[in-house]
Design a protein around this ligand. Structure first.
Ligand code: THU
Length: 165
């Protein structure tokens, strides 16, 4: 038996102005996008802003449905839109922000769910880039430089290419 440690380096910022301007702008746009989320069931509004290679910014927010699984997260909505409209442009950075039921910024840092991490991974592999990820917590912003940092031992196309049993 062997054991090994998987290490993740997370950067932490105490306020948004500490970030390079283009990433601070992404956080602001993610917060704005959260306002327009459609969340009659959870009341938990999430906004995502993506930075594309060209400098273009794409935003999205979560859209819920009475048949719960039919809704989708902010991250996947933004990513699928970006990849469908700008298929030749890699996404290079993503910011995720949350807003509480009272409309105030969510001070619990919002992290992408497992399914969204898998979709972010696909975008990294498809375009051969790392996507800088910023998780907004209002007064505490955390960042990793690839989704692989928060999705270790992941499933990707190499498993399919190796074939099944
Ligand atoms: N949600 C997101 O949009 N992104 C996340 O990173 C976490 C969860 C949404 C899904 C659902 O509409 C609501 O938040 C509560 O789970």
């Amino acid at each position: 038996m062997r054991e090994f440690v998987i290490k993740t380096v997370v950067s932490e910022f105490d306020f948004v102005e500490e970030l390079p301007a283009k990433y601070a702008e992404l956080i602001f746009q993610a917060r704005d996008a959260a306002v327009a989320a459609y969340t009659p069931y959870s009341g938990f509004r999430v906004g995502t802003a993506l930075l594309l290679q060209s400098g273009r910014i794409i935003t999205g927010n979560n859209q819920e449905n009475a048949a719960y699984p039919s809704g989708n997260c902010a991250e996947r909505i933004a990513l699928f839109y970006a990849n469908s409209q700008f298929p030749d442009e890699a996404v290079t950075a993503m910011a995720v922000s949350g807003i509480n039921k009272d409309g105030k910024i969510n001070y619990n840092t919002v992290y992408p769910c497992g399914a969204c991490r898998q979709v972010i991974l696909e975008a990294e592999i498809r375009y051969g880039v790392n996507i800088m990820l910023y998780f907004d917590g209002g007064s505490r912003i955390r960042s990793v430089s690839s989704v692989r940092d928060i999705l270790p031992l992941c499933f990707d196309q190499s498993a399919l290419l190796r074939g099944g049993a």
